[in-house]
Design a protein. Structure first.
Length: 197
């Protein structure tokens, strides 16, 4: 797959992961990112996913994916057993964020977190003018069928890291097909953070 055909959030994550690293992808979905990490970065990667249909798609791609619920913990993995643990577009769907992030930071030397920014200006405008839960390109679900449990912003996540003593080594904020450099909490649709403890 050519770099121009890769989703921007996946491209950002590929750039954060050093070649030949060990990676654990939590909530890996159908394995698109996991596949890219193996092919583009020569990573030794595996995933954990709860959705059985998504796991079948991963297996069809030749990926090493285990059926599991991230909320139940990562007790089977030793401390710092991976160079990177990835939570891309899954943090907002996890029931126990604190527990999962602490476990991810224990298992991984570094953790990459990517999530939709619920404070994006389009979401704010929809809430203000329509008085309804926003539906946007980054948040494509109606309130009644959304998998999202937590509605966080880029500022919320930065504050959380500060409160918990988590180091933000790098952050990249994305607005549609480009990086958002100006007022990312307002203009970015997605935030991607490289964190460590």
């Amino acid at each position: 797959m050519a770099r121009k055909d890769i989703q921007l959030d996946h491209e950002v994550i590929l750039d954060l992961v050093k070649p030949q690293s060990t990676v654990l992808d939590l909530g890996c979905g159908n394995g698109d990112l996991l596949y890219l990490l193996i092919k583009q970065r020569n990573a030794h990667a595996q995933g954990i996913e709860i959705d059985e249909q998504a796991i079948y798609k991963c297996v069809a791609k030749g990926l090493n994916v285990f059926h599991g619920d991230v909320d139940s913990g990562l007790a089977e993995f030793k401390d710092k057993s991976f160079d990177y643990v990835v939570l891309n577009q899954s943090l907002q769907q996890i029931l126990h964020v604190d527990k999962v992030l602490i476990d991810a930071l224990r298992v991984g030397k570094k953790v990459i977190v990517g999530f939709p920014n619920f404070a994006h200006y389009k979401s704010r405008l929809q809430m203000f003018f329509q008085g309804k839960t926003p539906v946007t390109g980054a948040l494509p679900y109606q309130w009644f069928d959304t998998p999202n449990l937590h509605f966080l912003s880029i500022s919320d996540f930065k504050n959380y890291c500060h409160l918990k003593g988590i180091d933000i080594e790098r952050s990249v904020c994305i607005a549609q097909a480009r990086k958002a450099l100006f007022l990312p909490n307002l203009f970015a649709q997605t935030g991607i953070f490289l964190i460590s403890k």
